[in-house]
Design a protein around this ligand. Structure first.
Ligand code: MG
Length: 356
């Protein structure tokens, strides 16, 4: 078993092992005084893993309850959370009890948010079952839901007491969602780890998935433990995301996955960096080839003007400035604040000024 320790305000461990899903009851027994556990999962994941989790909990004499919501981002709103609160209250969950988030990013974000707020905060563990959730969203403590005005606009920082990553759950994941997660995997290589980027070029990520997951969560752990609340370094994790979110928004969050949009955003930012002379020449081309290797798109037909317009509504826009993440070269990234009004020009015209 691989274990990654996370040193946030409240430390916890990430356990990576095939079959680790079956030890969730023992992990909860060891880490908490819970008597009751509510398993939160969706209609796609429940048929595959619900009973394994419930059996593992029952084997430790934990009382269990399940909350199943319709799979998909459309469920990630306060209405679903409200129904979940009712389930928790009817089951008489107390502050010592635990929520298990069993599923992808939507499930983890929403169950985590319920855990952060029910009775002013109870414990939860993450059992991420998608590659995106395993390498990204289950680590770092961000929880929340969408509003009609935008994604993740309501939320809280709340760290889990443990994350159990079972790579075998990827066997039931459609190819499209493997590619989705690979967008974030490639991102970690771009921003922090050139050797890992080369590894992804040379080897097949899926045949080495445990190592790949361990590297990604370790990079994210390092960044998050230095900047738990996104005051600085954590913004580097948004490489490809400012434009990626804009592209997702243009598609109404359907038809293009998050990882696909991030892949396009990374390529666009690397190209812009090269055009401005701050990114080592040839970087964008290597990102293009790696994204193609893992089935990700590298360009989009939407006009740059439309993408730039959509990016202006991004939550990460700090006042009238937008924090772009640029690469010096593969494995080295930095933040470049830019007036929002200059974004389109930045993407299309070589600059005369200097960039840090
Ligand atoms: Mg992301």
């Amino acid at each position: 078993m691989k274990t990654v320790h996370v040193h946030t305000g409240r430390p916890y461990d990430i356990f990576i092992e095939r079959g680790v899903i079956d030890s969730c009851g023992a992990v909860i027994r060891r880490l908490s005084k819970a008597e009751k556990v509510t398993v939160v999962t969706d209609t796609n994941v429940a048929p595959h893993y619900q009973w394994r989790v419930l059996n593992a909990l029952a084997a430790q004499d934990l009382q269990t309850n399940t909350f199943i919501f319709p799979a998909g981002e459309e469920s990630k709103h306060l209405g679903t959370v409200s129904a979940l609160y009712k389930t928790l209250a009817d089951f008489r969950m107390t502050r010592r009890d635990v929520i298990v988030a069993l599923g992808g990013g939507v499930c983890g974000d929403m169950a985590g948010f319920a855990a952060a707020t029910y009775l002013r905060g109870i414990d939860f563990i993450q059992i991420p079952t998608s590659l995106l959730a395993q390498v990204d969203s289950s680590v770092g403590g961000k929880t929340g839901v969408d509003l009609p005005q935008g994604k993740n606009l309501v939320g809280a920082f709340h760290q889990p007491i443990a994350v159990l990553i079972d790579p075998d759950t990827l066997n039931t994941l459609p190819d499209k969602f493997i590619a989705d997660g690979m967008g974030e995997v490639i991102k970690y290589g771009c921003i922090k780890d050139a050797a890992f980027f080369s590894f992804l070029e040379r080897e097949d990520a899926l045949s080495n998935i445990e190592d790949v997951i361990e590297t990604c969560v370790s990079v994210k752990r390092d960044v998050v433990s230095r900047d738990e609340r996104e005051a600085g370094e954590r913004m580097l994790l948004n490489f490809g995301h400012t434009l990626g979110h804009a592209i997702e928004k243009l598609y109404g969050f359907t038809g293009i996955t998050h990882g696909m949009a991030v892949a396009v955003g990374m390529v666009m930012m690397a190209r812009a960096g090269e055009m401005h002379g701050v990114t080592e020449a040839g970087t964008a081309e290597r990102i293009v080839r790696l994204c193609e290797k893992y089935g990700l798109p590298t360009s989009d037909s939407a006009a740059l003007f439309d993408i730039a317009e959509a990016a202006k509504g991004d939550k990460k826009t700090a006042g009238s400035n937008i924090n772009l993440v640029l690469l010096r070269k593969l494995g080295e990234s930095f933040i470049h604040p830019l007036p929002v009004s200059e974004l389109e020009a930045f993407l299309t015209q070589p600059s005369t000024g200097t960039i840090a």
